[in-house]
Ligand binder design. Structure first.
Ligand code: SAH
Length: 326
């Protein structure tokens, strides 16, 4: 896709509220990034605040920036996305993992568990494979990523083929049932330290398209030239019941795996859905329910975390993998 209107968005040099371990807590060093990744140069413009920036509404520009950031921070090569798939902001996605690391540390006398014996399940890993790449890069964790979208999984597989070290630590599984979260993708003997999820947000494709149009207009673009490929594919954007529906299904299924996942977690973008979800978690007997706030600039977000295990059981928990796999 070409640059939509050529109007650069200001790049906030520092995003207040990013986790202190976030590698981009003090912004992007465009000069250094362009020196090391010259392909970024065509996208860099001078932002209104004076510093170099890119047009954050241009998916090609964001994709090229991400490729440079992932190479810089984690040595990842050949990161790419199929046209139209969600292009994730790296600092925001990294923040979830850093807060998750703190959550795990809270069961381990404050020390962050690192290394391949820590296993995470990324529900809806997407074409970008973003959480496993960062979680493995920053903490050496092992991941299983699931998705219902074959094109997304093919893209994730291509990223792994280009990065053999990641391929040893990250495996992918296809969820065949759209409205199922855990069943069908886990084998009976395996256990995870955590699951994480960035669930589809909207309740229908129509709702997702209207929201994309609004966002497009707010970014200063002409609404009569619709934003093709702007902001994601169908399954990335919507599911039955939207985010709340997805989370309710996740909670109901988690009850059937109380000792197979130490911490269940998911992003919750609509804070008004939290009280209902917390109420349901109390009803189904979760022993721990936490809301972990995260802030990226003006944007407030959070993840919901729950466990069915006592603190003693969490301390002695050991993840296990199916035979012959990471
Ligand atoms: N984790 C990525 C993608 C999030 S979009 C990121 O943060 O950028 C949500 C993803 O969930 C999409 O890739 C979608 O295909 C996937 N998805 C939707 N329902 C799912 C289900 N039941 N099981 C696994 N993945 C699902």
């Amino acid at each position: 896709m070409s640059a939509p209107s050529g109007r650069p968005r200001p790049a906030p040099p520092v995003k207040p509220g990013l986790h202190p371990r976030n590698r981009h807590a003090s912004g992007y060093d465009f000069v250094r990034l362009v020196r090391l990744h010259p392909e970024l140069e065509t996208f860099v413009r001078r932002a209104p605040h004076g510093g170099p920036s890119i047009d954050f509404a241009d998916p090609e520009a964001v994709k090229t920036l991400n490729r440079a950031l992932l190479a810089e921070a984690y040595g990842i090569r050949g990161w790419d996305l199929p046209a139209g798939y969600l292009c994730p902001p790296i600092p925001g996605r990294a923040d979830y993992l850093h807060h998750l690391a703190d959550l795990l540390a809270s069961d381990a006398s404050g020390s962050i568990p690192r290394g391949p014996h820590i296993r995470g399940l990324d529900v809806g890993t997407g074409a970008s494979l973003i959480y496993p790449l960062i979680g493995h890069g920053d903490y050496g964790w092992t991941f299983v990523g699931t998705d219902i979208d074959s094109t997304a999984l093919d893209s994730a597989r291509r990223i792994l083929s280009a990065n053999p070290a990641c391929a040893e630590a990250i495996s992918l599984r296809r969820q065949a049932q759209t409205n199922t979260v855990f069943a069908g993708v886990l084998s009976i003997e395996e256990r995870f330290d955590f699951c994480l999820c960035n669930p589809p947000f909207h309740g229908s494709l129509k709702e997702a398209r209207t929201a994309a149009q609004d966002k497009w207009r707010k970014l200063g673009h002409d609404a009569s030239r619709p934003a093709r490929n702007f902001g994601g594919q169908g399954s990335e954007l919507w599911c039955d019941g939207g985010e709340a529906g997805f989370l309710r299904r996740m909670i109901e299924e988690s009850v059937t795996l109380p000792d197979r996942v130490k911490w269940f977690t998911s992003l919750v973008s609509k804070s008004m859905t939290l009280p209902g979800l917390q109420h349901r978690l109390r009803q189904v007997g979760a022993t721990e329910i936490r809301v972990v706030p995260m802030a990226q600039g003006q944007k407030q977000s959070r993840f919901l975390a729950w466990s069915f295990l006592s603190v003693e059981a969490r301390r002695s928990f050991r993840a296990t993998s199916p035979k012959g796999t990471p």
